[in-house]
Design a protein around this ligand. Structure first.
Ligand code: C2E
Ligand code: CA
Ligand code: CA
Length: 699
């Protein structure tokens, strides 16, 4: 090659081993070629040169001879070394990545990273320093291949932004956020004053890489190599990646710390969670004790939140929760007295009650403005109402736990009673005890057959003819007389007794229908109300089948009223169940339509025959144009889906006239008749043939 030709051949002295020379001789004498081999030749001036040697036997002037080709391969060798080094760094990278997965504490990770860099990457020294904002220094926190004392000598000025003459290389890397590379330590003026130290530890090149965590330089990774020119472009690319990986791990670890944040805060809303809230309430209680004042704990429940979540999707639900948190924070002006303690439960503490009546006034005004606040979800405006349970310190509890539990009890009671808010008081405790008695009484009522069904007629709005009846349960309490379902259905549901009572109602309604039919009376369909708990019950479909199994005509006499909110709770499951029930010939009506927050578009998916417009809409129909428009929309939509529409709670002629104009099919309400006992229904409404039942009037 050129470089060999440059120099006289004599300047090369083969420094190959004796064995190799002997091998070559034997091969050549046998007339065979000697395969290529890589060797290091020594020049006369003492430097070395890497060569590739090939030898072939030839005959020269009749005598055996050898043609030896020697090619300088320094460049190729260099290339190979580079590849070797790069693959070592790849190994370092993967070693560090697996360390990142394994090691969850920062110090452990740093130690391991330095060790891997030195052992697998064959660097002479590796160290990691962290920026210490307090001291404006870079403190070495982990190292390998050197003692800490040496680090100080190699990079003595860890100081950032020094006022002194020159800053260290790592300070430069931090300041500039870019790697600093010195490929020739001996001749680089940036490290000139330290050359002796470097030479003493045979450090020929070095690189200092900034560790960027969340966009800021958090520290440096410093690498020292024993050959000059070690850090070329390719190498640096990998090393930058390495530094990025370490920085990424630092970020992960910081996030882990954030998990502690998660232990105290609700991520969705940023409010305190239950644990932190309890802690804070505990503190407020202590200061209430010393300050001799009372405090109040509120538990706030968003009504129908589950429906929003189910019908509009969880993202919308999340948005609503965030908006509610924002609203509360803005209203209260201090997020530290607020918390989200459950899916749709918020809590608040009023640390100091100054005057009796403060609390009630506060809730009253808060609730009024909450109800008016337009929450925006999926481009639509929603009003959300809430229920609140309140417990007072020291009246209702002496610690956070006790107060919270009693606020919960008050809230539960408020929900059951339809109150917007309730205080927990001693009297309430008594009422809970009273409920236990009620529960016992209801159990007995079932045994003693004290439940009765009353029937309320439904009539066609045009012809005025009877189209069906709704079965409404009552408890005939021998001590007090008829008890309204609003009083005992919640208790039946809480205790699970609703399943038995519901089964009874179903059987009784079918029985009554069949009896009327057998008597030749106007046997109209009987609609039976189904509690959410019943439909969710696995055995419910079998119960329905059993109830209609007693007669081939039973199915045509039965309709089930299922509240919209229940269907929306689990749409897919509901749809399957409703299909099964309908396939038996039983009709299905959506009860209380309009209260369940379902988007109207859901309707098309529901396998139902009829839709009952809730009484509240019928009332609103005559109080404003929006109410009328809404009812009109519901009716049109239902008709386009071939559903029958029944208006509930029609009390006035005006309502009935409007409904007729809007093309509503049927109505039910006090205007035509209150719910009446079976005998009254029979005598008053069923005695005429179905075709002539239209003229019956209010009782
Ligand atoms: P619902 O299914 O919405 O029943 C309609 C309620 O409105 C009935 O109250 C009825 O008496 C009342 N009502 C009818 N017309 C008018 C009117 O013109 N004006 C007013 N203000 N009210 C009217 P009721 O009988 O007290 O029943 C209350 C609720 O109890 C029912 O609401 C239903 O959800 C539940 N319920 C009744 N019977 C049963 C039953 O057998 N099983 C189950 N699970 N729930 C039942
Ligand atoms: Ca009903
Ligand atoms: Ca209803």
């Amino acid at each position: 090659t050129d470089s060999l030709l440059d120099r006289p051949g004599l300047s090369l002295v083969a420094a190959e081993s004796k064995e190799l020379a002997e091998q070559r001789r034997i091969l050549l004498y046998a007339g065979l070629s000697v395969p290529l081999s890589d060797q290091v030749y020594l020049r006369l001036d003492g430097t070395t040169v890497e060569v590739e040697v090939a030898s072939a036997p030839i005959v020269l002037e009749g005598r055996p001879a050898a043609l030896v080709t020697v090619r300088e391969i320094t460049a190729r060798k260099e290339q190979e070394r580079k590849i070797g080094r790069l693959s070592r760094i790849h190994a370092v990278l993967s070693g560090i990545n697996s360390a990142i997965v394994r090691i969850r504490d920062q110090q452990g990770l740093f130690n391991e990273a330095c060790r891997i860099v030195v052992e697998q990457g064959r660097f002479a020294i590796a160290w990691i320093g962290l920026v210490n904002p307090d001291s404006s220094r870079i403190d070495p926190v982990a190292w390998s291949g050197a003692e800490q004392a040496l680090l100080a000598k190699l990079e003595p000025r860890f100081v950032l932004n020094p006022t002194g003459p020159r800053r260290g290389l790592s300070a430069t890397a931090v300041a500039e956020g870019r790697p600093v590379v010195v490929n020739d330590v001996a001749n680089d003026e940036r490290v000139a004053s330290l050359t002796n130290e470097h030479r003493a530890h045979s450090i020929a090149s070095l690189a200092i890489l900034p560790l960027l965590v969340s966009g800021e330089v958090a520290g440096v990774l410093a690498l020292h190599a024993d050959t000059p020119g070690f850090f070329d472009e390719q190498e640096m690319k990998l090393l930058v990646e390495l530094a990025a990986d370490i920085a990424f791990a630092m970020e992960l670890i910081a996030k882990d710390k954030k998990l502690n944040y998660l232990a105290y805060y609700d991520v969705l809303t940023g409010l305190a969670n239950r644990s932190l809230f309890f802690e804070r309430v505990g503190q407020y209680i202590r200061s209430a004790v010393t300050g001799r004042h009372r405090l109040a704990l509120f538990l706030i429940d968003l009504e129908r939140f589950k429906n929003i979540n189910d019908s509009l999707g969880q993202a919308a639900g999340d948005t609503l929760l965030r908006q509610v948190a924002q609203w509360l924070t803005a209203k209260v002006g201090d997020a530290s007295v607020l918390a989200r303690v459950d899916a749709d439960h918020f809590a608040a503490v009023l640390p100091q009650i100054r005057q009796e009546g403060d609390v009630a006034r506060l809730i009253e005004s808060m609730m009024a403005s909450f109800l008016q606040h337009p929450f925006r979800l999926n481009d639509a405006v929603f009003r959300v109402s809430a229920k609140v349970g309140v417990a007072l310190f020291p009246d209702d509890g002496l610690d956070a736990d006790g107060l919270f539990r009693n606020a919960e009890a008050a809230l539960k009671k408020a929900k059951a009673n339809g109150e917007r808010f309730l205080f927990y008081t001693q009297r309430m405790t008594e009422m809970v005890a009273g409920k236990l008695t009620l529960e016992n009484q209801l159990r007995q009522a079932l045994d003693k057959e004290e439940f009765v069904l009353h029937y309320q007629p439904k009539v066609n709005l045009v012809s005025g003819k009877l189209t069906g009846v709704e079965a409404l349960i009552r408890w005939n309490d021998p001590r007090t007389g008829l008890v309204s379902p609003a009083r005992f259905i919640p208790v039946l549901e809480e205790t699970g007794l609703i399943n038995e009572v519901g089964r009874w109602a179903l059987r009784k309604a079918v029985e009554d229908f069949l009896r009327w039919r057998a008597k030749g009376l106007a046997a109209v369909r009987v609609a039976v109300n189904v509690s959410p708990l019943q439909l969710r019950n696995e055995g419910f479909i079998a119960e329905v089948r059993q109830a209609i199994g007693i007669d081939t005509h039973a199915a045509e006499g039965l309709e089930l009223e299922i509240t919209e909110s229940l269907i929306m709770e689990d749409v897919r499951n509901s749809i399957t169940r409703l299909r099964t029930i309908r396939a038996m010939g039983v009709r299905i009506a959506v009860d209380d339509f309009g209260t369940g927050f379902s988007s109207l578009s859901y309707l098309s998916r529901l396998p139902v025959d009829a839709l009952k417009i809730d009484r509240s809409f019928v009332v609103e129909m005559t109080t404003g144009p929006e109410g009328l428009a809404l009812v009109s929309t519901i009716i049109n939509l239902a008709h386009s889906l071939k559903m029958n529409v029944i208006a509930e709670g029609v009390e006035t002629e005006e309502q009935s006239r409007l409904l007729r104009l809007l093309d509503c099919n049927e109505m039910q309400g006090f205007l035509f008749s209150k719910p009446v006992p079976g005998e009254v229904l029979e005598a008053k409404f069923l005695t005429l043939p179905a075709s002539e039942t239209g003229v019956a009037a209010n009782s």
